[in-house]
Design a binder for this molecule. Structure first.
Ligand SMILES: [Fe+2]
Length: 52
């Protein structure tokens, strides 16, 4: 099956390589935000908990 997402075949590998980096960064951000969500303490707990 041939892909048809508007990217030339000769560019697919490079685009995929860059998208893997974005996905990795996104997952790190998600994980750190989740950790912050779970570890909120103090008087601002409710607002910070909602924020995260
Ligand atoms: Fe929560």
């Amino acid at each position: 099956m041939e892909t048809s997402i508007g990217i030339k075949n000769e560019n697919l590998a490079k685009v995929a390589e860059e998208m893997v980096k974005v996905l990795a960064d996104e997952f790190v951000l998600y994980t750190k935000t989740r950790k912050a969500h779970w570890n909120v303490e103090g008087q601002d707990f409710y607002n910070k908990h909602l924020f995260f």
